[in-house]
Design a protein around this ligand. Structure first.
Ligand SMILES: Cc1cc2nc3c(=O)[nH]c(=O)nc-3n(C[C@H](O)[C@H](O)[C@H](O)COP(=O)(O)OP(=O)(O)OC[C@H]3O[C@@H](n4cnc5c(N)ncnc54)[C@H](O)[C@@H]3O)c2cc1C
Ligand SMILES: NC(=O)c1ccc[n+]([C@@H]2O[C@H](COP(=O)([O-])OP(=O)(O)OC[C@H]3O[C@@H](n4cnc5c(N)ncnc54)[C@H](OP(=O)(O)O)[C@@H]3O)[C@@H](O)[C@H]2O)c1
Length: 545
């Protein structure tokens, strides 16, 4: 193999890739190349430019904590920043830490294969360039790099425009005064629908499953708010690091079953008023784990929806009833339900009357035809495994990752996989879920610490053992038994993609519990990894989780 040689190749320049570059290059002194398929840094926030796109984690915790100076110098404009503000933040990070000189933009990695003799990864880009590296680190993200476009017959004949929200074009998309369709009512659809409703001549929403959405209660941050955040950052990060999902929020310590109906109503109302995901991560401790507790929260939300939607038929269609609250990733909304009170917005039930085809002039369902100028697919992503499988990775013994994971993925802590030496995954399958920048930061630090340990102990290769992988799979299964998440069809279980194996893609214990297990593995010298070097004998450590 000819081509450049570096210590590490990192794939992706979102939250994960940027910090990984900084850690490996500036802390460990490694030579690093980052390949980024997009035309800029920012990942998710460079790709998802649809109207209304913003995050739903509080701004001051949807960012890096590793640099106190960075925390102190950046002023967030409000509770939930818009896409362009987050993109500006990530560009600032790239400049501030002088990252751009090691990032190759507009360069997709098309294949990576492990050479057992040389103990190197050979990485090929879509332009045919080749680079060899001791370490391959994937920062391809869990969602944004693999938009899911359902196959609808006739789409190629549609005479209007169509777009996927996660692959939004750079040119202006004219929606004002036009007949627009949104297919999908997950977080993306719910975010964009009220914004488009204000400008479109007519908006038709094609809904397959009504979901639970909680109000954002968005507000701007004034000087006092910013001062409070900056003065309390140590406490904020300490809280997020050991929390249920990496959020700056303490859960309600009680069971919903222990309170009277009046006490429960007060608690739910208070969380509702605080807004956003506090209704999830600040709620009674058993809401996501006990069906009776969950039913109380689910019914509270349904009652709120009933209050907000005027038309009785539309109101009924919007009530989530086939899955428990929190089993699909909860949605945070602003003005979503009120959008349906507008004359120019129509809700179409494609659960009862599925889409049969796209025609040159619109969309036909089993119940009728809708004339349209623009179709927007807010139909989600081939999450977690999708971006990784597209990398075309071949490990030891010529084993391809897609073959290894044909029946569903397996990993050790979501960070490494047996048979793929020196390949580490940020937010890989089997890792934890929650406020992703906090999760990403943990993964990056854990992986770079492992690489530092490996090098200082005179080894050059670390590989997860099959036993460790299988023990982690058992740990995941035990955690999943207690959670409501496996009860719904959603991207967290792979069941949103036709033909994808249905399996829980995350460790569903709390983020804090996940972090403790990872810390324990590191403190014990990384049991579950086999360390080796070209000269030394392999050292194998047993794993007990
Ligand atoms: C619309 C939207 C809103 C979200 N809001 C929130 C939120 O409020 N809170 C939250 O916690 N999370 C949210 N998320 C999840 C979000 O993806 C993460 O918070 C975070 O941005 C992920 O960062 P990342 O660097 O891990 O991955 P990404 O941001 O997905 O970046 C991955 C990068 O890898 C690149 N890449 C992929 N494959 C290749 C390849 N083969 N070659 C080269 N480059 C490649 C991609 O181009 C991309 O730039 C949201 C996701 C979406 C889609
Ligand atoms: N910060 C934020 O507020 C924000 C915004 C956007 C995204 N996100 C993140 O990204 C994740 C994904 O969100 P998303 O809304 O893009 O995707 P999603 O949650 O997977 O929702 C996809 C929607 O499309 C529908 N759909 C999928 N395939 C379809 C088909 N063939 N025909 C008709 N409808 C179809 C789904 O219906 P079914 O439910 O019936 O499958 C669902 O309503 C979120 O869960 C969240 O983590 C966050």
């Amino acid at each position: 193999m000819t081509g450049r040689r570096v210590d590490a190749v990192v794939v992706g320049a979102g939250f994960a890739g940027l910090y990984m570059l900084h850690r490996l290059r500036d802390r460990l002194g490694l030579s690093v190349t980052v390949f980024e398929a997009g035309d800029g840094v920012g990942g998710t926030w460079n790709l998802n430019r649809y109207p209304g796109a913003r995050c739903d984690t509080e701004s001051y915790a949807y960012c890096y904590s590793f640099s106190d100076e960075l925390c102190q110098e950046w002023d967030w404009s409000g509770k939930y920043p818009r896409q362009d503000e987050i993109l500006r933040y990530l560009n600032h990070v790239a400049d501030r830490f002088d990252l751009r000189r090691d990032i190759q933009l507009s360069t997709r990695v098309s294949a990576a294969s492990y050479d057992e003799d040389e103990r190197l990864w050979h990485i090929t880009t879509e332009h045919g360039a080749q680079v060899s590296a001791r370490f391959l680190i994937t920062g391809v993200g869990l969602l944004a790099s693999a938009p899911h476009l359902p196959s609808l017959p006739g789409l190629e004949r549609f005479e209007g425009e169509w777009y996927h929200t996660g692959d939004w074009p750079r040119h202006h998309v004219e929606l004002a005064g036009r007949r627009v369709a949104v297919i999908g009512t997950g977080s993306t659809g719910v975010q964009t629908i009220p914004v488009i409703a204000e400008i479109a001549e007519h908006l038709t929403v094609f809904q397959r499953t009504p979901q639970f959405a909680v109000p954002a209660q968005h507000h701007t941050l004034d000087a006092d708010g910013l001062r409070w955040i900056k003065q309390n950052y140590d406490e904020v990060w300490n809280q997020t690091k050991w929390s249920i999902g990496g959020f700056p929020c303490t859960p309600h310590g009680r069971s919903a079953l222990d309170d009277s109906p009046e006490e429960r109503r007060k608690t739910f109302e208070s969380l509702w008023a605080q807004g956003g995901l506090r209704f999830v991560v600040g709620n009674y401790q058993d809401v996501l784990f006990d069906r009776r507790a969950n039913d109380f929260a689910s019914e509270f939300i349904r009652a709120k929806i009933r209050e907000r939607v005027k038309d009785p038929k539309t109101r009924e269609l919007l009530l989530p009833c086939d899955h428990p609250f929190g089993s699909k990733r909860p949605i945070v909304e602003t003005g979503y339900y009120e959008a349906y009170n507008r004359e120019n917005v129509e809700l179409v039930d494609i659960h009862s009357f599925p889409i049969t085809e796209v025609t040159p002039l619109g969309i036909r369902t089993a119940a009728g035809h809708h004339e349209l100028d623009v179709i927007l697919f807010a139909t989600g992503f081939d999450a977690v495994t999708g971006p990784l499988l597209r990398l075309n990775v071949t490990g030891r013994g010529g084993v391809r990752l897609p073959d290894r994971w044909a029946e569903g993925p397996s990993s050790y802590l979501g960070l490494a996989a047996a048979g793929f030496p020196n390949m580490f995954m940020v937010t890989g399958p089997g890792s934890t879920f929650g406020n992703i920048p906090v999760v990403v930061e943990h993964h990056v630090e854990w992986i770079s610490d492992l690489i530092g340990h490996l090098r200082s102990s005179g080894h050059d290769t670390a590989e997860a053992t099959p036993d460790a992988e299988s023990a982690w799979t058992d740990t995941m299964a035990r955690a999943a038994e207690k959670s409501v998440i496996p009860l719904a069809d959603s991207w967290s279980t792979g069941s949103n993609i036709p033909g994808k194996p249905r399996t829980v893609l995350f460790y569903l214990g709390s983020y804090g519990a996940y972090r403790r297990q990872c810390d324990d593995v590191a403190a014990r010298g990384y049991p579950g990894f086999e360390f080796s070097s070209a000269v030394a004998e392999p050292r194998s450590a047993p794993v007990s989780l």
